[in-house]
Structure formats: C-alpha cells, structure tokens
Design a protein around this ligand. Structure first.
Ligand code: PMP
Length: 451
C-alpha cells in the first residue's frame, strides 16, 4: 500500500492546501498524525473515508444526544422543512414551538432568543448582561470555554488577565476576571475588589471542556449570593450540559441554583447549528427590538434547525432517552473505576449522566474504600476528595501527554473514538447499547493495563 491508498491521508493533503490547518475547527486537527475523514455516521458508530468503523463517543462534541441516525420523527420533520424551502428571513411556527418546549422544561427560562452557535449564545448573553447592568467586567472560570469569543479568550487571574490568543485586544481582556472554579474565597475577593463593576458571572454548572469537573457542594450558591449582593447577573453556560445533564431540566435543575440567563447550544438544535439565550422575559426582552441591546442574525431560528431540535427533544421525552444514556454512562464510569482500581489507582474517573472521562491525575489516596464508584462526585467523604480535580489547573497538572499520545491513540486502535485530548468530555448517545459498553470496557482494560 502507498500512502496515497489511504483516503483520509489523501483528503488531509488536499485539505491542507485549501483549509487553514486542514480543518474548520482547531480541535479536529489534534488527532495524530492526521485526523480521519468521516464518510458517515451509523448509530453509535462513525465510518471513515477508508471504511474503518469506530465506536463513537465524540458525538459531534455533544450535540448528538440520539446518535448518528435520526429517528423517523426527526428525519421527517427535517425533510419536510427542507422541502418547503431552506429559510425565509421571516418568523415561522416551529421557532415558537421549540421556544415553548424549552420554556416548559427549564424552570429559569420564560423567553428565548435563538442564534446559530454556542459562541453566539455566550456573546449575546454577555452583551445582554452588560447592557442591562451598565457594567463592563465579567467573571469567568479559569480554563472554562465559552466559544471563540473575545471576552472569554482570556487567561491568567483576576489581577493579571491577558488574551489567551493573538487577535484579542489586551484592553478587552482587562474587562474579564478569571477565577479558579470551586474556590469560594477567590471569587469573594474579586467581588470585594470589583463588585460594582461586574456585569455577570459566566459559569458552566460543571466545567464541561475541562474533564467535566463537578462543583463542590455550595459553590453555585456562593456565586448566586455574590451576584445578588452586588447587582450582577448569574449566567449559566449550558451549551454542553443543556439537555445532556439533568435531562430536560438541564444541569441547573440538579444544583438547585437558578441563573438569571442561560446560554444554550448543541443538543437544542438536534445536530444542526444552534445557540440560544434564555431567561425571564424582563431580562431577555432587553434584546432589540423590545430592549436596547442589539442582537440579530440572518440564520437565527433557522426552520430546519428548529424542527430538528424540537423533534429531538420530543423524542428524548417520549422514549425516556435520558434513562438509557445515563444508565450506560453509569456503567461506563463504574467499569472504568474498577479497571483503574486494579491498574492505575492514581487516575480519576469524572463525568455524570451520559458524560464520562478519565483524568490522568498523579496521586493515589491511601485507601480507596468507599470512593465514588461511578465518577467523581466531589463528595467530601470520598478518600479521593483531596486528590481529585477541582479546577482547570488540576486537570492541566495531569499526565496530559500520556493521555493524548498513548491512551487516545491506543483506544482508537481498539476501535473506540474518544475526544482527542485530556480536556474535552466524551458522550454516550441513545444509539449506544450494552454491547458497546462491554466492548469499550474490555478495550479500556487492555489499554490502561499497558500504559
Ligand atoms: N460554551 C461551551 C460550554 C462549549 O462547550 C462550547 C463548545 N464546545 C461553546 C460554548 C461554543 O459553542 P460553539 O462551538 O457552538 O460555538
């Protein structure tokens, strides 16, 4: 075989000539030596351009709650919307129906504005919070990801925030105050110093793109209180967690803290480009035309996306999709925890519901008895509590190279496609089944035992 017999290799060669870095989203270039190109999805699997089939836990980086095959109701709604005409630039009924569905199921949401990506949702939510409060600064979590937006591509700490990429003005970064997740004192200090300048805290209920770290008990209550005391808004980024964790009530329903605004994305568009900002009417109506905060989009509320999102969520409700995916998620996390106990007790399984990840942490607690048995719950009685990751810094300190170069590569050789770094989470879809879980755990044991 010559190199050119490999279709992915050939496509990547062509892509490098016409697409920046050969891809349209940076993370897709991470797999080494080059990404496989996808021919098609197949239930819980993905098939590459050379006919190789992988068990897929990337699930499009989260939007594919159901897997790759659209159930009949989703497929026919998508086809019928497409057949009527792709889009109009005037409102349609299906936008109203999806908004009604979300407002009916997410307690904090009364009114929405749909946009086209998670990035657009967080950009719009931050602009709305700034417009409503008349303040400029925002608090974010170190290592949190809110999309490719200038206000949040910021690193460092609240005293020395700096752009995390070229192209973001240092003056923008100075309006952003990054704090470590799960650290009450750090965020209290920031509010003491800047309380009257802070428009919002923008935070995920769980740190989604950093190994899916859960909050420690009471952390979001602290954020809620600080926002209330200082006249700031609490904005939840539920782009990953929305309709994934906590079922149709989203992750906010599991921590009993109500945000002022929520940014949605991914699953709410049923696999098509989407984002949304939701909250009580008196806040969300701050957007134009009712309010003074400009917001608009040619493709926003796209009828095909709206139909796919609505039918996906209806299907999830009717078929008890969350019971199935969460059960498999539990089995995966529990099975992985068992494997680690035998071969790598220093590593930590994270995730919840249908999300899972292994963090290659470096320290083994003295005693593993009564440890969290299906993914780290930030349980203070767990013997791992002192060594399990609490914030992005802890994940960055893990064995990230071993994860990426050995574990990821060898899992792929086993036929299991995971997100290609230590940080991004992995997802179970409705198309996965018990057999897939078994196969995954067998592969996991073979790979982890040889690391
Ligand atoms: N917020 C979070 C929490 C995300 O995980 C992402 C994407 N992974 C975004 C925002 C940005 O969404 P999008 O890629 O659709 O712009």
């Amino acid at each position: 075989m010559t190199y050119m017999d490999n279709n992915s290799r050939r496509l990547y060669g062509r892509a490098l000539s016409v697409l920046a870095g050969g891809v349209n989203s940076s993370v897709r270039a991470e797999p080494s030596p080059y990404p496989f190109f996808v021919e098609k999805g197949d239930g819980g699997h993905i098939v590459d351009a050379d006919g190789n089939k992988y068990l897929d836990y990337v699930m499009g980086y989260g939007p594919l709650l159901l897997g790759h095959d659209m159930p009949e109701n989703v497929a026919s709604a998508v086809q019928s919307e497409t057949a009527k005409g792709p889009m109009y630039g005037a409102p349609t009924e299906v936008e109203v129906k999806l908004a009604e569905f979300v407002a009916d199921h997410v307690d904090s949401v009364e009114t929405l504005r749909f946009v086209n990506s998670g990035t657009e949702a967080t950009v719009s939510a931050v602009r709305l919070a700034r417009g409503i409060t008349g303040r400029d600064k925002i608090v974010v979590m170190q290592g949190g990801y809110h999309g490719a937006q200038d206000s949040t591509l910021v690193e460092g700490n609240a005293d020395t925030p700096e752009p995390s990429t070229k192209g973001v003005p240092a003056s923008f970064a100075r309006e952003t105050l990054p704090v470590p997740f799960n650290d009450d004192e750090a965020v209290e200090r920031v509010f003491e110093e800047h309380g009257e300048e802070i428009a919002c805290v923008l935070v995920e209920p769980l740190i989604g793109n950093n190994a899916f770290i859960r909050p420690v008990e009471g952390y979001h209550r602290t954020l809620r209180r600080l926002c209330d005391e200082n006249g700031a808004l609490l904005v939840f980024d539920e782009v990953i967690t929305g309709f994934r964790v906590g079922g149709l009530g989203c992750a906010q329903s599991t921590i009993n803290v109500e945000p002022d605004l929520t940014a949605f994305g991914k699953i709410v568009g049923g696999g098509f480009p989407v984002g949304a900002v939701g909250g009580p009417s008196h806040l969300v109506e701050g957007f134009t035309p009712t309010g003074d905060v400009f917001q608009a989009g040619t493709f926003s509320g796209h009828p095909v996306t709206m139909a796919a999102g609505l039918e996906t969520l209806r299907y999830a409700k009717d078929k008890n999709v969350y019971d199935h995916v969460n059960q498999l998620g539990d089995e995966l996390r529990a099975g992985m925890t068992d494997v680690l106990e035998d071969y790598a007790p220093e590593y930590t399984v994270t995730g919840t519901d249908s999300v899972f990840k292994t963090v290659f942490t470096r320290e083994t607690p003295e005693d593993l008895e009564d440890a969290c048995d299906a993914g780290c719950e930030q349980n203070q009685d767990c013997p791992r509590y002192g060594v399990c990751p609490k914030d992005a810094g802890d994940v960055a300190d893990a064995e990230t190279e071993r994860w990426k170069r050995l574990y990821w590569t060898e899992m792929l050789e086993e036929g299991v496609f995971l997100t290609p770094n230590q940080f991004e989470p992995q997802f179970v879809g409705y198309a996965h089944d018990e057999e897939d879980v078994e196969e995954t755990l067998e592969a996991y044991e073979r790979v982890v035992s040889s690391l």
